[in-house]
Design a protein. Structure first.
Lengths: 1192, 290
């Protein structure tokens, strides 16, 4: 055996391929570690770019990409003896089968490891380069390399190696190996479908042959400092996965060894072919047949073309390999279509655009594979069958031959698309959803995607015919697709006019169809279709016919063919040039856009030039009159604002500073007795000088005129706020900000360091004495509580909505006018909407509850009305009065996917809540709609009544308290069991969030733009607080905050006020909890070690052994153990009715736990099923699942 | 209609002449192109079949300029290349139907008639639904001829059609060929002398890209009539004979070399006059003895 291994080693060590692949890996990883422009997993924010965690991730990713490399080794080793017809010599030599089989495999396997070692080399060299930011790199550590190799590289190469080697040596077919590699990828993709649902993680753990899923599940809560010190150990599910897959591979290797045979190979290959019986020739009688004259020789005949297309098409779709690849694709697709899940695992209706997206996600990869492979097959079909000379010497037009192949390939893709549509419709049927939008399917898959794939087909044919070498053409095509998809981005060229076949993103919305995307979509399609046509003409010109392969010959032939088709060529060229001119004019001249670099530059300059004006006193808006004219079809907007602003500072104001809203064509600001002294259009900054300084307490009037017109089309639609059906914009979009706006500054700390900008706090530190920061809310810096009056006009069949009560509505010049006014002064942050709405109304205690929705989305409207009403009931009873006269939920297109609360109005994206499937909600799911409505309703108090200052912690009082409020409303409706499930997601998201922290994790009262803290952690902590001190106490604290601070003028309050309110209602014995949960980052590890039961008479005696540990964490996740001294629940439970819930509590004790190891003994009458410590997961626990254990 | 080839030159990239000043006149009937492997036969055939270009020279088929008006040639051409395969999983009918398509028959009914006729003609009608890839060598060549005949070509080129056929198959194949040869130009290239002798009235011999002989087959034989002598010798004597006589060929008969010698008179008395055959013409020409 040794000699075979050594022979492989010698072969591969001498082969340049080994070292080329090694260099590719080394260079890629070098790039990823050295610069931010290449990202391959790991190393963002505060995680070192060469941290053990990152290096392990690099090994993982490269072992997946390395599938291709492994294929190269395995195929070559398995096939070499056959390829060169050496096998007869080799197999007749006196060698043993096992020596040959295993020797070759071990040789190839060990050599296939060489390329991936480039990961270590690249990641070790990169940090030594000069000019790097030292804080982004850690010391070189061995563990990442070792665990990367042991966890990913070695097993993955073994697993894929076995599959590829055995398939190659048994079947000796590239196609079978290709299918094998595809299958592994499919398993990996399928497993990803199961990671979204916490309950199905175990399945994902097993299915993924590469081990990514179990590794990422194991590492999901790992903190930044841990990532910098450790890699994921190969233990638990990760180890299980690795062992299972290695075992499967080993079994496969042995099974295939027995199937492999030196001698039977040819016999079996030959016996497959059934020979036809020999039929001797008998001269026929002299022919009487009439002489047939071809009617379409060297002529274009549509009928003939059609016939040929059918012939070529059949050749592809009848091919067994095609059927295999397509079938695997469909299996993958079907698994993609088995569940439509939104946030919190809530089911969603399979609306057509979702199904289309699932199809695209599930099938595009396969289609690209099919196009890659079968374009080649079609091009080389005649030459493979050695029928090319006959064909080439036939009187058929080259154009017809070429067109038949091109169209056949397109038909193949079309056929698959049609089948996916059928699959999609069946899926919708199975879900009991009956709005089949065939038009949407057709437009998305048969038009838009079909075009994109056709462009790919043409470029594939282009490579094959021009290069005229199958393998180089395959490589060139794949390299081209990969390069085309990222090279332009890397070069900061964002125009779609250079990225081959790129069409602008087109998002379908149930409300608005393809709305704003249609025009650009069509023109870019025309542009690329014309380009593809030109390419096709070139391919046609170079279509290989005859045996002359030398370039001069082909060039001469091509010129001849082009000359013959001069008219068409020139016409296509002229059309293309004209079209590019038109697209250029629209995307570069009518519409301009900044690339990412350019935008960054602008924000850097803005900060450098105007930061000096930050904090200078400016007048503050307090009264705004809007006159808005909206033209949805034209996507135009005109706004006139008459605004009043007051100087509330104690010094006169001489200069007015304005930061302009970003999307506008023109904007004028008129202030009496003021002259403009600076207009900086690049940085959108203006300065006006007042002749008479504005004295403290005085007001001035501003007349602002804003215009936005949609002209032509953009490169990518950036402006979807005003659209045909579903316009939605807010006050920030149209009103200039008075003063310097720090929101424009660059935030990313690494980028700031790179551009030598000073360190920037995400928010000012929590400090009650920082009066400057407390002079503003965290929402805006130029207003306090404002009155708003709006006259808004729109198209006659639409309803326009502005803040406040509707005072008047009328029709004028065929347009609809609405006059709205706020009933209570509110934050200077509100929205305007217009669409063709259905309206559902309900009245509760003189408050109008309204839902404005698209008529296709009526399903959840009653639920929404209910949730609004229940929220109002709970909040008015527990927090205080509601000051608006209406609560409106208003639907907008899914160009944005959020719900947002403005005073009295709450715009919801059509993708949030409106398509949630609530038919089964009482069984297992969380009522996501009910939750999100209650949350936004919570904001009517938490944000719109009590708003924190512009400093750390304020978001806890908006988002955190809104979460708490919605939890209470949900608990009343659905009970405690549902809360456990909801909180499990919240805990999971919090722990994951801190694992991905970019800068520093803060305690809850100092959260700074950290959603995982002020949403998720706040939910968990406040619910825990409620469990410990009671709902009444928590609510009374919250009510006291509203009573003291709602609608207050500056200085604005801080989270410290909230902390004091909670402390006030918390008994002394539990004060530690406030310290732990609000002021510090505290984590627990509670675990049931054993639960033993024995029967004593009629009763059961149960002994529970537990461990409890408690940790403090710093901002990077460095944990230190602290003594436990906490009240923790210990419980015994009967068998639950529903799986996944806890059963009836037979014992539930709240015990002060003050040491690590504890034992408890209880006697119960009923048979115990499970026991738990902190069984409801009130405490933040890094391993929540081991808190409960089944009784032995 | 004659095929007139004048001063055709073709040089490959490596400097080797594939065609070196080839001039031929080919009339209706069977024309045999004889030469050893690598003589330039296939190059000539491919050039005539519009698959290769020539560096210089002209080829006229009637009034069609073959080198510059490939499309016109293809309309009257039937070509059976030396290397010829078939699509997998495709029946004789399907494949022949496809061939009829690419020869310009757009009408399905008309194609059906042509296909059935031709399959009958080459007696493959009974196996028309079988995959061509399962055919024996002879059946496959017959299928090749059938595709050649689609659209009644004026010029039929068959390149090495009998290679790899057993004697029985070869015979049957001749029968078909000779039938066609009555009305059109059939050019048959081969390195088997027997083929030409049995089928062709005209012939040419090529070697190293050059035409060594062209004319009537009978003329070729007449030219060497009475000038070929044979004798059985011992192996060890062969070098001597090769030095002293114009040895055309030697082959083993019963383990002893039988040499053919070219000479106007009887070279020695042990030599007997051999019956003239094309093989001797062939060897004489390529060894530049006559």
């Amino acid at each position: 055996m040794w000699k075979f291994i050594v022979a492989e080693w010698k072969y591969w060590l001498k082969s340049p391929m080994t070292w080329i692949l090694f260099s590719i890996n080394a260079l890629l990883i070098f790039g990823a570690v050295y610069s931010d422009n290449i990202t391959i997993g790991g190393g963002v924010g505060s995680v070192h770019k060469n941290s053990p965690h990152s290096i392990q991730a690099y090994y993982g990713v490269m072992s997946l990409l390395g599938l291709l490399m492994t294929t190269a080794f395995m195929n070559a080793t398995a096939n070499r003896d056959f390829q060169y017809n050496m096998y007869q010599l080799v197999f007749s030599a006196p060698i043993k089968k096992w020596e040959y089989f295993f020797g070759k495999f071990i040789g190839a396997y060990t050599m296939a490891i060489i390329p991936i070692l480039g990961v270590s080399v690249g990641s070790l060299i990169a940090p030594l380069m000069p000019g790097l930011q030292p804080e982004r790199y850690g010391p070189a550590m061995l563990n990442g390399h070792v665990l990367g190799l042991v966890g990913f590289a070695l097993p993955n190469i073994f697993i894929s190696g076995v599959i590829l080697f055995t398939l190659a040596i048994i079947f000796r077919s590239n196609i079978v190996s290709f299918v094998g590699a595809m299958l592994m990828l499919v398993l990996y993709l399928v497993s990803s479908g199961f990671t979204r649902d916490i309950q199905k993680e175990w399945l994902a753990n097993l299915l993924d042959p590469f081990g990514f899923r179990p590794e990422s599940i194991l590492a999901k809560y790992v903190t930044v400092s841990e990532k910098n010190l450790h890699a994921t150990p190969v233990t638990g599910p990760f180890l299980t996965n690795r062992i299972i897959w290695i075992a499967i591979s080993a079994v496969l290797l042995v099974v295939m060894y027995y199937r492999f045979s030196f001698s039977t190979r040819n016999a079996t290959a030959a016996s497959k072919k059934k020979a036809s019986p020999e039929v001797p020739f008998v001269p026929a009688l002299p022919g009487t047949a009439k002489i047939a004259i071809p009617d379409a020789a060297n002529k274009f005949s549509f009928k003939l073309l059609l016939n040929l297309i059918v012939f070529e098409f059949k050749a592809v779709v009848r091919n067994p390999t095609f059927i295999i690849i397509a079938t695997i694709g469909f299996i993958n697709l079907v698994t993609n279509l088995t569940s439509f899940t939104g946030a919190y695992g809530a089911a969603q209706y399979p609306v057509t655009y979702h199904v289309v997206e699932a199809i695209q996600g599930g099938f595009n990869l396969f289609l690209i594979a099919i196009i890659t492979f079968y374009s080649g097959v079609l091009v080389w079909k005649e030459r493979d069958a050695r029928i090319n000379e006959i064909q080439d010497a036939s009187a058929i037009k080259t154009g017809i031959l070429f067109t038949s192949k091109l169209v056949a390939m397109m038909l193949t893709v079309g056929l698959i698309m049609l089948l996916t549509i059928v699959t999609g419709v069946i899926t919708q049927m199975c879900f009991g959803y009956h709005r089949y939008e065939l038009g949407v399917y057709a437009q998305s898959l048969l038009v838009i995607d079909m075009l994109k794939f056709s462009y790919l087909i043409i470029i594939a044919l282009f490579f094959h015919y021009l290069i005229n070498n199958r393998y180089i053409a395959y490589v060139a095509f794949i390299a081209f697709i990969i390069a085309n998809s990222f090279v332009w981005g890397a070069m900061e060229v964002s125009t779609l006019m250079v990225q081959y076949g790129a069409l602008p993103t087109m998002t379908y919305s149930d409300m608005n169809g393809f709305g704003p995307f249609v025009k650009g979509g069509i023109w870019f399609s025309v542009y690329w279709s014309l380009f593809a046509l030109l390419l096709a003409i070139v391919v046609y010109a170079f279509y290989t016919r005859g045996k002359e392969y030398a370039f001069p010959h082909r060039w001469a032939e091509a010129r001849l063919r082009l000359q013959k088709n001069m008219a068409v060529t020139v016409l296509a060229l002229v059309a293309f040039i004209a079209c590019s001119g038109f697209v250029y004019y629209n995307t570069f001249i009518l519409n301009t856009y900044h690339g990412e670099k350019e935008s960054e530059q602008i924000s850097i300059e803005y900060e450098k030039m105007y930061k000096k004006y930050e904090g200078k006193p400016q007048p503050r808006y307090y009264d705004l009159n809007y006159k808005i004219d909206l033209y949805p079809q034209q996507r135009n907007l005109s706004v006139q604002v008459t605004a009043w602003a007051r100087n509330i500072s104690n010094q006169p104001i001489k200069q007015l500073y304005f930061t302009m809203p970003s999307w506008r064509d023109s904007i004028t600001i008129q202030v009496a007795n003021a002259t403009e002294v600076l207009r900086d259009t690049r940085h959108k900054f203006r300065i006006m000088e007042l002749k008479q300084p504005l004295e403290p307490g005085d007001s001035l009037q501003l007349k602002i005129s804003f215009m936005r017109e949609t002209k032509g089309f953009e490169n990518e639609v950036s402006f979807s706020q005003i659209t045909q059906n579903g316009s939605f914009f807010n006050s920030f979009d149209i009103l200039p900000v008075m003063g310097y706006s720090s929101d424009q500054e660059m935030e990313d700390k690494n980028k700031r360091a790179k551009f030598k900008l000073p360190l920037r706090n995400r928010m000012p530190r929590l400090d009650e004495n920082n009066m400057a920061a407390r002079s503003n809310t965290y929402i805006s810096g130029d207003a306090d509580w404002v009155n708003v009056n709006t006259v808004i006009s729109t198209e006659a069949d639409q309803i326009a909505i502005a803040p406040g009560s509707l005072r008047k509505t009328w029709t004028e010049n065929g347009r609809k006018y609405f006059n709205y006014a706020l009933d209570k002064a509110s934050l200077n942050f509100y929205s305007f909407l217009s669409a063709r709405y259905e309206v559902a109304r309900r009245k509760w205690n003189s408050i109008d509850i309204e839902v404005y929705y698209d008529k296709a989305h009526a399903a959840n409207v009653p639920n929404m009305l209910n949730s609004v009403q229940k929220s109002l009931q709970y909040y008015t009873a527990n927090f205080g009065p509601y000051y608006h006269k209406q609560c409106r939920i208003i639907e907008f297109p899914r160009y944005a996917g959020f719900a947002q609360a403005f005073p009295g109005t709450m715009p919801y994206s059509e993708s949030v809540g409106f398509i949630t499937d609530l038919r089964d909600v009482t069984k297992d799911d969380i009522d996501f709609v009910y939750y999100i409505v209650a949350h936004e309703m919570g904001h009517q108090y938490w944000a719109h009544q009590l708003i924190g200052a512009g400093m750390q912690g304020s978001e806890m009082m908006s988002e955190g308290f809104a979460q708490y409020a919605s939890l209470m409303v949900m608990e009343k409706e659905y009970g405690k069991d549902k809360m456990k499930k909801f909180l499990k997601y919240e805990m999971d998201d919090y722990l994951r969030g801190r694992s991905n922290e970019f800068e520093a994790e803060r305690p809850l009262i100092r959260t700074e733009h950290q959603q995982y803290i002020h949403y998720q952690k706040a939910s968990v902590v406040l619910y825990y607080l409620k469990e410990m001190i009671g709902e009444d106490k928590v609510n009374s604290a919250l009510r006291s905050l509203i009573d003291s601070f709602a609608y207050r003028q500056p200085p604005y309050t801080t989270s410290l006020a909230a902390l004091r309110a909670f402390r006030k209602v918390t008994p002394d014995s539990l004060q530690y909890m406030i310290t732990d949960m609000f002021e510090n980052i505290t984590l627990f590890s509670n675990r049931v070690m054993s639960a033993e039961t024995k029967k004593v008479g009629n009763e059961y005696e149960i002994t529970i052994k537990t461990t409890s540990e408690k940790y403090r964490s710093d901002s990077l996740g460095r944990e230190t153990a602290i003594p436990v001294n906490d009240y923790i629940d210990v419980g015994v439970f009967s068998k639950p009715e529903h799986k996944g819930n806890l059963g009836k509590a037979l014992v539930l004790n709240r015990i002060k736990v003050n040491k690590k190891d504890n034992a408890y003994t209880y006697r119960v009458k009923e048979k115990p099923y499970e026991v738990g410590i902190d069984p409801y997961n009130y405490l933040i626990d890094r391993v929540p699942d081991d808190n409960v254990k089944k009784v032995d | 209609m004659d095929l007139q080839i004048n001063n055709l030159h073709k040089k490959y990239g490596n400097g080797v002449y594939a065609l070196n000043d080839v001039s031929l006149t080919i009339k209706t009937g069977m024309f045999g192109l004889l030469g050893p492997n690598g003589a330039g036969k296939s190059s000539l055939m491919r050039t005539l079949a519009t698959l290769q270009d020539a560096d210089s020279g002209t080829v006229m088929l009637g009034d069609i300029d073959v080198l510059n008006n490939k499309e016109k040639v293809r309309e009257v051409l039937g070509y059976l290349p030396q290397e010829f395969g078939v699509y997998p999983r495709t029946s004789a009918t399907e494949l022949l139907d496809y061939m009829a398509m690419i020869k310009g028959f757009s009408n399905k009914a008309e194609r059906n008639e042509i296909v059935n006729n031709l399959l009958n003609k080459v007696n493959l009608y009974d196996v028309r639904k079988k995959a061509v890839s399962s055919f024996s060598g002879g059946m496959r060549q017959r299928f090749g001829i059938a595709q050649c005949l689609i659209g009644n070509p004026k010029l039929v080129i068959v390149d090495e059609p009998t290679a790899g056929l057993d004697p029985g198959e070869r015979n049957r194949f001749y029968n078909i060929l000779s039938e066609i040869g009555e009305q059109v130009i059939v050019i048959l290239s081969t390195h088997i002398v027997q083929d030409v002798r049995e089928l062709c009235t005209q012939m040419a011999i090529m070697n190293n890209g050059k035409v060594l002989f062209s004319g009537d087959t009978d003329d070729a034989l007449y030219a060497i009539k009475g000038k070929v002598w044979e004798r059985s010798i011992a192996k060890s004597e062969l070098p001597d004979y090769q030095k002293n006589y114009k040895v055309i060929s030697n082959k083993l008969v019963g383990g002893k070399p039988l040499i053919h010698v070219f000479s106007d008179d009887q070279p020695a008395e042990q030599f007997a006059m051999a019956e003239e055959n094309l093989e001797d013409v062939f060897f004489a020409k390529i060894n530049e003895l006559a």
